[in-house]
Design a binder for this molecule. Structure first.
Ligand code: NOJ
Length: 441
């Protein structure tokens, strides 16, 4: 039995646009995802974020699911265009009231609300002004983040500013797989990153100015580069690879500088790096996959080892390659490189096809096997002294999975897309037991 430290925080996570539905209700304005789904032709099943899992109308049912799982924390995101339909200015009272009810409902049941400020649903009106290409979005974002702390900061202690900057910048502005679907060249893309980092730093400061007692962190997707054989040379090679692949986000946030081995750098105005740097109370890592590397003699001094075709990956999502050790190396590099004061795994899980025969869907031993291996590696990181304080399962319920639409399931509970009924899979019972015992067997 691998037991976790006392007080370890077991949670579950979702995001607004993936579960809420109601994209055009109670004053909510369109987000870039509403537009992208309707216009890009890139969503696998031609779907849109409506109806999602209809969580906007099923708040009570979602809280019941969390209660049944026994989780102590729920990470969800707030839809910017629901709160500020014009992107800034007046708060939409009905939209704000929804999250108020959610937060109060969670607290009533002893579940800590963890809020993500931005999980990719930028108001379309702000994209029309250039979105993250526009430097002026950074202070606008900071003001939105401060508005949320004004609204909910008395009850929400833990805040995640951005979900996966790399995903919405690289895929939203680099390869066109995510909203708004642009394909910018590397130099311009790096500028978009810089604006997002600036927004992160300004938001941290604006949020703390409203309520200095809150805790602020990230939810990045590091996809760690890991030493294939753990020699000092390979560990050093993995560390170099980390800097190029994800360090270019963490290093500015934590140390106020870009790593020195990048291919392109953004234009930086005086004061930017000081604005970006801020104390992070915790490093949040979404952990699904990564890659093995080994040391080489020539620059960049590492080789990323291609996966053999037969390597296990999620049946519906080839990118989601099973790599449990990512938990260990993600935690270890976060400590060694940035002195992370606390680490939370803010996402982890496995998708399966949504159209399986009912018994096969219910008896999801593959999900249990997959996640259990990741939890064992998380335990190894803790045993090695990394301050891992909590873990959020992605996801309590099935949801709209971006360009995969509704074709794959991450849920511990299946959602029937016709009736919206939530039904526990075997993994739900298993996870409840992990939470109850604070251990894996
Ligand atoms: C990370 C993203 O934050 C989340 O929105 C997504 O559903 C999961 N990865 C699974 O792809």
């Amino acid at each position: 039995m691998l037991t976790f430290p006392e007080g370890f925080l077991w949670g579950a996570a979702t995001a607004s646009i993936q579960v809420e539905g109601a994209s055009n209700e109670d004053g909510k304005a369109p987000s870039v995802w509403d537009t992208y789904c309707r216009t890009s032709g890139k969503i696998k099943d031609g779907s849109t974020p409506d109806p999602g899992a209809d969580s906007y109308h099923r708040l009570g049912e979602d809280i019941r699911v969390l209660k049944e799982l026994g989780v102590k924390a729920y990470r969800f995101s707030i839809a910017w265009p629901r709160i500020l339909p014009a992107g800034s200015g007046a708060v939409n009272a009905k939209g704000a009231a929804y999250y108020q009810r959610l937060i109060d409902g969670l607290l009533e049941h002893g579940i800590e609300p963890w809020v993500t400020v931005y999980h990719w649903d930028l108001p379309q009106c702000l994209e029309d002004e250039g979105g993250w290409r526009n430097r002026a979005l950074a202070p606008t974002f900071a003001e939105y983040a401060a508005t949320l702390v004004r609204l909910y900061g008395d009850r929400v202690k833990n805040w995640i500013v951005f979900n996966e900057i790399q995903a919405f910048v690289d895929q939203g502005y680099g390869n066109g797989w995510k909203a708004p679907g642009l394909e910018l060249p590397p130099k311009e893309l790096m500028q978009v990153y810089h604006h997002a980092l600036l927004a992160h730093g300004l938001a941290c400061k604006a949020m703390r100015a409203v309520n200095p007692a809150i805790k602020i962190g990230t939810a990045e997707h590091p996809m760690p580069r890991m030493p294939v054989i753990e020699t000092p040379e390979n560990i050093q090679a993995a560390s170099r690879a980390w800097d190029r692949h994800i360090g270019f986000l963490f290093e500015p946030m934590m140390h106020g500088r870009y790593p020195d081995n990048l291919d392109v750098y953004p234009a930086i105005k005086p004061g930017d790096m000081e604005a970006i740097k801020d104390r992070l109370d915790f490093m949040g890592l979404n952990m699904y996959t990564g890659a093995y590397v080994e040391a080489t003699e020539a620059p960049p001094y590492y080789r990323t080892i291609p996966f053999p075709r037969h390597h296990f990956s999620a049946p519906t999502q080839g990118w989601l390659r099973m790599l449990p050790d990512a938990m260990y190396w993600g935690a270890r590099f976060s400590v060694e490189k940035y002195g992370a004061p606390a680490i939370y795994f803010t996402e982890n899980g496995l998708s399966t096809p949504h159209d399986l025969p009912p018994e096969e869907d219910r008896d999801d031993v593959t999900r249990i096997m997959f996640v259990k291996a990741y939890l064992a590696a998380m335990h190894a990181a803790i045993a090695d002294g990394c301050p891992v304080k909590g873990y959020f399962f992605w996801s309590p319920i099935d949801s709209f999975e971006w360009i995969s639409g509704y074709t794959c399931s991450f849920g511990l509970y299946r959602v029937d897309w016709k009736t919206m009924e939530r039904t526990p899979r075997l993994s739900a019972k298993w996870y409840r037991e992990v939470v109850r015992r604070n251990a894996i067997v």
